[in-house]
Ligand binder design. Structure first.
Ligand code: MP5
Length: 222
């Protein structure tokens, strides 16, 4: 069995919990409130912004054969930011004064620590986990969302063929990196993968619950 298959098998219950998250099911069924969807948009914009320097660090550690794909992925992140702004303008979502929620902040710090401190394979693992998670999560939404929905462009971004090809490449390279890694590094990769899935679940949960920090009032966040 490939390393990525074994990660997905070992974390099957968590993965299912992520894909069954009410945020995804409500978006798929067209019943998500604009308020909750906007919370996700505002927070994910900050996440995507932070992914750019994270990719910069990963590129600095990458073998030459990975530099082009990862650099192109940075270009795609700038396109994503433009997509968020365009959708926000179309749907009347306020994208000013964005501050990260506790969950968004924690996930970003975790990603930065993984790419800074970890080996290339460890940093690559958190990239793979996040991209695989978003691809499959938005495929759940794609399965039922009305194509005329104002949120369809997000489905096209992460559930579409171009992104599927990128995720397939990351998966293949994860397995090459895992094969070259020793048992300790492989264990660290497996641990990072699991934490990433937990952060993905927490991120959907944050969109439906509180935008703010533990101990703070959502309606009066200070
Ligand atoms: C991604 C994302 C996908 N935008 N947000 C979270 C919380 N997880 C994963 O990453 P990208 O870089 O937008 O494709």
């Amino acid at each position: 069995m490939s390393f990525t298959d074994s990660l997905l098998e070992r974390n099957a219950a968590l993965w299912e919990r992520m894909l069954d998250h009410p945020f995804l099911l409500q978006t798929r069924d067209g019943v998500i409130s604009d308020k909750d969807f906007s919370t996700w948009m505002r927070q994910d914009y900050l996440f995507v912004e932070a992914a750019i320097p994270m990719m910069g660090i990963l590129i600095a550690k990458a073998p030459p054969a990975h530099r082009k794909v990862l650099t192109d992925a940075v270009g795609a992140l700038f396109d994503e930011l433009a997509l968020f702004q365009e959708r926000a303008a179309a749907a009347g979502v306020d994208m000013k004064n964005l501050t990260p929620s506790f969950t968004c902040h924690a996930y970003i710090q975790y990603l930065m620590a993984a790419v800074y401190q970890g080996s290339y394979a460890e940093g690559f693992t958190v990239l793979y986990a996040g991209e695989k998670a978003y691809h499959e999560s938005w495929k759940v939404v794609q399965a039922g969302l009305d194509p005329a929905s104002k949120w369809t462009p997000f489905v096209q971004n992460w559930a579409g063929d171009a992104f599927a090809g990128y995720v397939a490449f990351l998966e293949q390279e994860m397995n090459v990196l895992a094969e070259a890694a020793g048992p300790d590094e492989r264990n660290r990769m497996a641990e990072l993968f699991e934490y990433s899935v937990r952060y993905e679940i927490a991120f959907w949960e944050m969109a439906l619950t509180a935008t703010t920090w533990p101990g703070m009032d959502r309606n009066d966040p200070r």
